[in-house]
Write a protein of this length. Structure first.
Length: 288
């Protein structure tokens, strides 16, 4: 029983980790907190639903959805990064909240505000694997999330533009002085964050169903995950997402429904009170 709970938590936490990863990437590079990250995931999930439901195969539908995510990331860069870089953080918060509301309204108009469901391409039935039980779909979520993390790590470590993203995150002024194309870095970060969110949306849609509030629900839960791991830390986003997923799966089983609904926010408050910098975050030293 406990192994099934943990595996479910790993699959749920993998989704949180992917969305939190997009949040942290954008924040590290641009210092913008993107409250529309969940809605970007939601829009891509609806696009995948339309493509897949039209009779298109899984692979072409996924590829076209990811291409849509690239366009969406480019649009978000134009709407948010270009006018708001260097502006007070409150301005970016309000702008991204407004965009998230706009996305929810547009999805409701184009598709519907009713719940939609999509047949999974992989079985969700639990299978016995010796000392634990897991569905192939849970294994798919965990494997894809792990692959995304590995690809991002390799990109940031070995690709020139990825190294530029890390340098920009550390000191954008110095990065620009040494010739790093800052505007291209910002665009790349938004595209990567959008693609990661699209992958999360494609993975979670068959399990949770599609509705206009899914972005708010999952996107906002990614915020405590990012804070738990250490907001601004890329490894922290992964650790925080997985940790929150496991804790939430335990809460589903052992706590009343009323407590389960607010559990991520209880975790957020406790982290901020006990260790504001998160599990892998580093304290910010202020000079006076």
């Amino acid at each position: 029983m406990i192994t099934e709970i943990i595996i479910y938590g790993l699959s749920l936490g993998s989704i949180y980790a992917l969305v939190a990863l997009g949040l942290v990437l954008i924040f590290r590079a641009t210092e913008i907190v993107n409250f529309a990250q969940g809605e970007m995931m939601m829009v891509s999930a609806f696009v995948y639903f339309s493509l897949y439901s039209s009779g298109m195969g899984v692979f072409p539908a996924v590829v076209l959805t990811l291409l849509f995510a690239v366009v969406l990331g480019t649009v978000m860069n134009q709407l948010v990064s270009r006018p708001l870089i260097g502006k007070p953080i409150f301005a970016s918060i309000m702008a991204t909240i407004a965009i998230s509301i706009l996305f929810r309204s547009l999805v409701g108009i184009i598709w519907t505000h009713e719940d939609l469901y999509i047949d999974p391409s992989v079985s969700m039935i639990l299978h016995d694997f010796g000392w634990f039980r897991m569905s192939p779909y849970q294994g798919l979520i965990i494997t894809v999330a792990l692959a995304m993390v590995v690809l991002l790590y390799l990109f940031l470590k070995y690709v020139k533009l990825g190294i530029g993203i890390k340098a920009t995150a550390e000191n954008p002024t110095a990065a620009e002085l040494v010739g790093i194309p800052i505007k291209r870095v910002y665009l790349t970060v938004w595209i990567i964050a959008s693609v990661i969110s699209a992958v999360a949306g494609i993975l979670i849609a068959p399990q949770s169903g599609l509705h206009t509030t899914m972005g708010t629900r999952l996107g906002l839960k990614a915020m405590p995950a990012a804070v738990l791991g250490g907001f601004g830390s890329i490894p922290g986003a992964i650790v925080g997402g997985i940790t929150l997923g496991i804790l939430e799966s335990l809460a589903i089983v052992y706590l009343p429904t009323e407590v389960y609904d607010v559990f991520p926010w209880v975790v957020l408050i406790l982290v901020l009170l006990i260790k504001p910098d998160g599990i892998l975050g580093t304290p910010e030293v202020k000079r006076v």
